[in-house]
Every structure is written in C-alpha cells, then in structure tokens.
Write a protein that binds this ligand. Structure first.
Ligand code: GTQ
Length: 341
C-alpha cells in the first residue's frame, strides 16, 4: 500500500455495507467535528407564563395528560432542553391531582409558587413552599395535588435524555396493586437536607430528600459574607444527606448569589447547566454571546461552553441551577478549563 491519501474502490464500500460493517475513517471525522451545540438559550417568563395559563384552560393532569408540563425545548428535540437534561414548568390548579407514577428518570422540583399544594413521594405528602427543592430519585413513586385556592407552579428538572440514551428508561403508572401494598414502616420516607431518622434508609442512598428554602437561603446569605468563588460568585450545593455527595448520582443542584455589580470570571466545563433566575436581574455571557435575564427566566448552558455571570441590578441576584456533572464525574468525564483574561 502506498503512503498518502487512501484510494478505495467504491465497490469496497458497497460490500462493507452488505456485511453490516462501516469504515472507521469514513464515519468518525464528522463525529469528531460535531460535538455539542455551542449556543445558549433563554426562555423568558413573560412568554412562558401566558402559555402555561393557556395550557391550564386546555388540558389537565386528570384528563389524560398525566402532567400539565411545558418543556423548555432545546435545539436537538422538542422533548429535551440540552442533549442530557430536560427542564420544564408544571402547573397544578386548585382541586387537581396529578396521578402517582414512577420512572427510572430522576426528577428535581424547584417550587416557584404554591400555597397549600403538595407532592406525594413514596406515599408521603410533602407541602410545597416557594423556593423549596424536592428530589424524587429514580424509581420513587410520586404524584401531585393542590388543595389551595391558588395555582401551584414549579420548575421540573430531569435526567431524561441521559437515561433514555443509556436505554434504561422504565415507567410504571400507579395501580390498585401498588395502592394496596403496605408501606414498610411508619416513619418518614423523606429526609430533609440536614437530618434523617436514625437507622432509616440504611440499605439505599436513593431516598427522597427535601431542601426547604427556609434552611437553604439563610446558609447562602451566610456564605455571602465571604469571598465567594471567582467563577460562580457565592454558591452552595444541595448535598445528599446520606452521602455528603451530589443531590443525585446524575444531577447536581446549586443555589448561587451574585452581589450587586458582581461579575464572575470566565470558565468552561463538561456538563450542561440549566439556570433559573429566582431573584434579581443580570446577564450571562455564553461563548461570547450576552444573554440578559431577570426573575423567573430560565436559560440553558450547553456543555463545554465558555461562560460568566454578571449582576447588573442593584439588588442581589439569585440563580438556582442543575447539571448532569455528577454523572460525568463518576464516569471520569468531568473536565474544566479557566480562561486567562
Ligand atoms: O411530575 O412526575 O416535567 O413524570 C416530566 C415528567 C414532570 C412529574 C415532568 C414527569 C413529571
């Protein structure tokens, strides 16, 4: 064989195809160039909220829709926000219930507005308060209800695209059989972020956890007296109470605060991030593109995109975020790089 460019007869490729084989040198180059999307996206609350209200008049969770959920649709598909994460908003109106089910997809819920609404996880009613984070790990039963006079609205975060890509997505609706099953003990099945019943959940770390805003926010403010992180400002991680590790094996959740005028340095890392603006206003620069945001907007940062955040307002800016980075760390695929500017 001669050195230099490969000269291959076209009948070779036809015969390869018939043998269900493919030539590495033909298929791999586009994949190496491809990579992940480079542009950030933002969903503004002044556009999202009216659509949610309209959905409220058209479909209901107890009319066959299962959940009244609007997905923040990313560039790749209408069912995913980034290639690995799904973020969406859910609304449960007074008197409604969203039926219980379970799936191997894990979910986190960050409550936007609720007064007297609840989510029921593993048979336990968890009241929802604005700013609470409620975690339903893979395969835990969960349904929702609202016995108040006000709509309950929250942000859902799921590892759905990741779980589907791994071909391990399973789903089970509630059944009479499950309803009849006795819950094994009379204790709580849900832990708060800081304490749990002694001896509970000893066999598995994947139990539902609640992180009340009333506990997390004071801690964030406490941290704000310190220097903060150059790339993230003042930031706290929602740690799993049993492991001290990430919120879930696949999802890490964070709450961060940018002080008025604070501007972070630029870095990039593997793992996409969904940000939700809890309070304040500012902008983020994603791969050089400025995205302005304000309260209740949600924006997505693709994996390996340069980014920095700024608080351009006169009050504190607070961002809630979640990422699949814990899964990448486990797999040895987490990597970050700082920009020298
Ligand atoms: O509340 O159980 O956003 O099953 C997507 C799928 C929420 C939920 C979503 C779900 C749920």
């Amino acid at each position: 064989m001669q050195k230099g460019k490969t000269q291959v007869d076209s009948s070779f490729y036809q015969d390869l195809e018939e043998a269900s084989l493919s030539a590495f040198w033909k298929v791999i180059a586009p994949l190496q160039k491809g990579g992940s999307p480079r542009r950030g996206r933002i969903w503004r609350w002044d556009q999202v909220h009216p659509m949610l209200e309209r959905a409220g008049k058209l479909v209901g969770p107890d009319q066959g829709a299962e959940r009244r959920v609007l997905i923040f649709a990313g560039a790749e598909s209408s069912a995913t926000t980034t290639p690995t994460l799904t973020a969406s908003v859910q609304m449960v109106l007074p008197g409604e219930t969203a039926p219980s089910h379970r799936h191997t997809i894990s979910a986190i819920r960050f409550v936007l507005s609720a007064k007297g609404a609840f989510t029921e996880v593993e048979g336990e009613r968890i009241p929802m308060e604005p700013g609470d984070l409620i975690v339903t790990p893979a395969w835990s039963w969960h349904g929702h209800g609202n016995e108040s006079r006000e709509p309950a609205v929250w942000l859902d975060g799921l590892d759905a695209p990741l779980v589907r890509a791994l071909k391990v997505a399973f789903f089970e609706p509630d059944s009479e059989e499950h309803q009849k099953q006795e819950i094994p003990d009379s204790g709580r099945h849900t832990a708060t972020g800081s304490v749990r019943a002694l001896g509970a959940h000893s066999s598995q770390a994947a139990f539902p956890v609640v992180y009340p805003w009333s506990e997390v926010y004071p801690e964030l403010q406490h941290q704000a007296a310190g220097a903060g992180d150059p790339y993230d400002g003042v930031i706290v991680e929602y740690v799993h109470p049993a492991t001290g590790g990430p919120t879930l094996p696949t999802l890490g959740c964070y709450l961060q605060l940018l002080r008025p005028g604070e501007k972070t340095r630029t870095h990039r890392h593997t793992g996409s991030v969904i940000y939700h603006v809890v309070r304040g206003s500012g902008y983020s620069t994603l791969e050089g593109e400025r995205i302005d945001w304000q309260k209740r907007d949600t924006f997505a940062l693709p994996s390996w995109v340069w980014h920095a955040h700024s608080n351009s307002g006169s009050e504190e800016a607070i961002l809630f975020s979640f990422t699949e980075a814990p899964a990448l760390r486990t797999l040895g695929l987490y990597r970050q790089e700082e920009k020298s500017d």
